[in-house]
Design a protein around this ligand. Structure first.
Ligand SMILES: [Fe+2]
Length: 155
């Protein structure tokens, strides 16, 4: 733990990378829920259920990431408007589109979130913060697993 008093994440590269991961994970959670609602077609039941499992898992992840920021002595950023401004994800169209397009957009989202988890992994390795590094590695493992499943849908 670096500081006893809560501070802005801007002053600490580990907390800064966690703040980015938090915003990206929240954006992906919202997009996965949108895909859960709007997906259509012959694979509806399978995708509707898979997307629900994924957004539930992302919901638990955002809590873990935000609480790690707090454990490091910083405040977490929150609110959908702040997450939207800080996120790297491209907006997902809200209307009708083929199921494979939802899957392709979620693949892009998981790749971006996984890249921001890699940034956390690197920043925490440099700071010798093994606990945050462990969290980042677990986040990447989860995104890699979901990417494998989403790619399998497109084959
Ligand atoms: Fe639902």
């Amino acid at each position: 733990m670096k500081t006893a008093t809560a501070a802005s994440t801007q002053t600490d590269p580990v907390a800064q990378s966690l703040a980015k991961l938090l915003a990206n994970t929240y954006a992906l959670l919202a997009q996965t829920q949108l895909a859960h609602w709007n997906v259509e077609g012959p694979d509806f039941f399978a995708l509707h259920e898979a997307f629900q499992k994924q957004y539930e898992s992302l919901f638990e992840a955002v809590d873990e990431i935000a609480e790690r920021i707090r454990a490091l002595g910083h405040y977490a950023e929150g609110g959908v408007e702040r997450f939207a401004a800080a996120s790297d994800l491209s907006p997902m169209p809200a209307g009708r589109q083929p199921a494979k397009d939802f899957v392709a957009q979620l693949i892009d989202g998981h790749e971006k979130v996984s890249a921001s988890a890699k940034a956390v992994e690197d920043a925490s390795a440099k700071a010798e913060d093994l606990e945050t590094q462990d969290l980042a590695i677990k986040r990447r493992q989860e995104h890699e697993k979901t990417l494998w499943m989403l790619h399998a849908v497109l084959k």
